[in-house]
Design a protein around this ligand. Structure first.
Ligand code: ATR
Length: 278
């Protein structure tokens, strides 16, 4: 009798750029698991049916990337607290009764990365400043509030979008336009860039960090390039820094554990493998 090979995939539109097969492939090999992890391009109009029929497609689960995360959440029978809050799911699996379940692991990936690379980073919690107000910013604001930050400031070019996030998350969150940045930087313990500024091919993120307290941790979730201008400037000033590749790796951990039954680790080797592929 042949052993059952568990199969999972990353889905999105497009999906060719996704590093998830590399990450999960590394863990499958590392743990000697007889499993497969591939990629399938799923257009938004076909997405709901695709996710509802995972089992008949021979899959134990799927990762979901842009633009299908909201559709995936709607297709689920059950969502964890983060996916419910975000209205978006990036990790799907079938439970023992066959229900389609969804989680959003972006916030956990953010926390896992900082916990690993800057142990004790949130020991004193305090004040965080999140630049940007897209999907990643929402997940990160949620994550920071789950770690009891006393204040989370969201600064965005389009202030209205920052306000929407803060209206949703409540009294510890504060929305601002870009012009408030200089003043705010003087009182933050953690600065996170979630905008696309600084990515290869985009405009650089040009902000003056001289006001930033020296102890403040600076995290850029941009990972291509790994060493962004923001991180370079912070390092020159003597601020601790954490790059963004680990968030991508850590957000993959819960899915692998669900599908293949082993909690994988984000190792230096995995980090190097993915960086080589950027
Ligand atoms: P994601 O879902 O990955 O977080 P997104 O929704 O595309 O990505 O969000 C991109 C973020 O980068 C937004 O906060 C965007 O600001 P706006 O909401 O004002 O568009 C920010 N961003 C992109 N280009 C920018 C620029 N040139 N200057 C300032 N902010 C910029």
């Amino acid at each position: 009798m042949s052993a059952v090979v568990k199969k999972a995939v990353v889905t999105g539109h497009p999906v060719a750029h996704s590093r998830s097969p590399l990450i999960h492939g590394y863990w499958l090999e590392q743990h000697g698991i007889l499993g497969e992890y591939g990629r399938i391009d799923v257009a938004p109009e076909a997405a709901s049916d695709f996710y509802r029929n995972l089992r008949s497609a021979g899959l134990v689960g799927a990762n979901v990337t842009v633009p299908n995360k909201e559709i995936a959440a709607s297709a689920c029978d059950w969502l964890d607290e983060t996916a419910r809050t975000m209205g978006a799911a990036n990790t799907l699996w079938l439970d023992e009764t066959g229900r389609l379940c969804g989680a959003n692991t972006d916030g956990m990936g953010f926390l896992g990365n900082l916990d690993q690379l800057a142990p004790g980073w949130n020991r004193s919690q305090g004040t965080a400043l999140v630049l940007g107000a897209g999907g990643a910013a929402r997940a990160i604001v949620w994550a920071l509030l789950s770690r009891d930050f006393t204040a989370v400031h969201v600064v965005n070019r389009t202030e209205e979008k920052a306000r929407k996030i803060c209206d949703e998350f409540g009294s510890k969150t504060f929305a601002h336009g870009w012009e408030s940045l200089g003043t705010l930087l003087g009182k933050v313990d953690l600065l996170v860039n979630t905008t696309s500024l600084g990515m290869t091919g985009k405009q650089p993120l040009e902000i003056d960090l001289s006001n930033l307290p020296r102890h403040a941790l600076v995290n850029d979730i941009v990972y291509s390039p790994l060493e962004t201008e923001l991180l370079k400037q912070a390092a020159v000033q003597g601020n601790p820094t954490v790059d963004g590749i680990g968030m991508l790796l850590h957000q993959a951990v819960p899915g692998f554990e669900r599908w293949f039954g082993v909690r994988p680790e984000v190792t230096d080797d995995l980090r190097a493998l993915v960086l080589k592929d950027l």
